[in-house]
Design a binder for this molecule. Structure first.
Ligand code: ZN
Length: 101
């Protein structure tokens, strides 16, 4: 069992006994504490049309038929530079006009 140092030892070391500091109560790095995130300005969600049929023209151009999953309208064959561009979808004019109104 460890005994606390005698008062003469404290005097010898020119120290005064102190109670232990409750470390969890100290805000040493208050600037690192989490804060509320800044309000983010977001665009209103759009309705997109997605590829329902895809192919290639004789000259190698990618062409797709786009269909809206909300209102069901279909486009004519549209040409795209890449298939990735087509797969991203295009905004549905009918649905987005209805949302804006
Ligand atoms: Zn639509």
């Amino acid at each position: 069992m460890r005994r606390s140092p005698s008062s003469s030892l404290w005097r010898h070391l020119h120290l005064t006994p102190r109670k232990p500091v409750a470390m969890q109560n100290l805000d040493l790095f208050a600037e690192l504490l989490p804060t509320a995130p800044p309000a983010v300005q977001r665009a209103k969600p759009r309705v997109l049309m997605h590829v329902s049929d895809a192919g290639e023209r004789e000259d190698g151009q990618h062409i797709c038929v786009m269909t809206c999953r909300i209102c069901g309208i279909k486009t004519d064959w549209l040409s795209f530079a890449t298939m990735t561009e087509a797969k991203r979808g295009i905004p549905c004019e009918a649905c987005n006009a209805a949302k804006a109104a």
